[in-house]
Write a protein that binds this ligand. Structure first.
Ligand code: PEP
Length: 255
């Protein structure tokens, strides 16, 4: 039984005051983390404050990190520091980083190894642009991204890896993949992991869907066989909506 993960990606939104107000509003109502893993991924300067106030059931994540432990990399953040301040998750290879900051499959792979080395749970993003979907090449594209991201990761490390399938055309656009489309792509990712390792290993990996998830559609998405939760951008900025999505996830596992 894979535990559901609902991870909010705040992107470059929220000041410190807004972030702390959010935490104050949600803290008492977050479902027990034995049931649902609730995560907020915030801008780096907010992370320490959020970790201090996160409560027992919320986990805090970063949105990026550098692949090296330390060095002359002005403006970057190390996995060592994230681990040191109590951050537990890190998004790696978000399509916005691939598009605007030159993130490649190779850097994603290096960052993934580095995150695991420091005990951070990576949320590795893969997903196709619209042109690829329209050409009917989604499966091959996502398979290749998955294989490259996971290169050299051992089977016994895979349980600590979370993957997010995020079709680029669905991110921040209000266009969600249908539950069937999302489930099909996620099944394909699971099969890819099965080919790299074995079916038992693939079965343990949490694979989330991301792309315009909100309180209206999260229920039907997580009801699909292979979808183990959601990476949520815009809709995670509101405490009320974030809590609503967590409560839908909680209801789902109690069914
Ligand atoms: C994201 O930031 O990963 C995302 C899926 O954004 P949105 O939910 O706003 O589409």
């Amino acid at each position: 039984m894979r535990k559901i993960v609902i991870a909010g990606n705040w992107k470059m939104f929220k000041t410190r005051d807004e972030a702390l107000q959010f935490i104050y509003n949600v803290n008492m109502e977050i479902p027990n983390r034995e049931m649902v893993e609730s995560v907020i991924c915030a801008q780096a300067p907010l992370l320490r404050d959020l970790v201090k106030r996160q409560g027992d059931n919320l986990r805090i994540g970063a949105q990026n990190m550098h692949e090296k432990s330390e060095g002359a990399f002005t403006g970057e953040v190390s996995a060592a520091l994230l681990e040191n301040i109590g951050v537990r998750y890190v998004i790696i290879g978000h399509s916005e980083r691939r598009e605007h900051f030159g993130e490649t499959d190779e850097s994603v792979n290096k960052k993934l190894h580095q995150a695991l080395r420091y005990g951070l749970t990576p949320i590795v993003c893969v997903g196709e642009p619209l042109a690829v979907r329209e050409k009917g090449e989604t499966d091959a594209y996502v398979e290749e991204q998955t294989e490259k991201a996971l290169s050299g990761v051992k089977a016994d490390e895979m349980e600590d890896v979370v993957i997010a399938y995020e079709p680029i055309w669905a991110i921040g656009t209000g266009k969600t993949a249908t539950p069937e489309m999302a489930d099909e792509a996620i099944k394909n990712i699971r099969q890819t992991i099965g080919r790299i390792h074995d079916a038992g290993t693939a079965d343990k990996v949490r694979i989330l869907y991301g792309g315009s998830v909100n309180t209206e559609n999260i229920g039907e998405l997580i009801a699909m066989e292979d979808i183990d939760g959601a990476l949520v951008g815009g809709a995670s900025l509101s405490a009320k909506n974030f809590l609503k999505m967590l409560s839908i996830a909680h209801e789902h596992i109690n069914k």
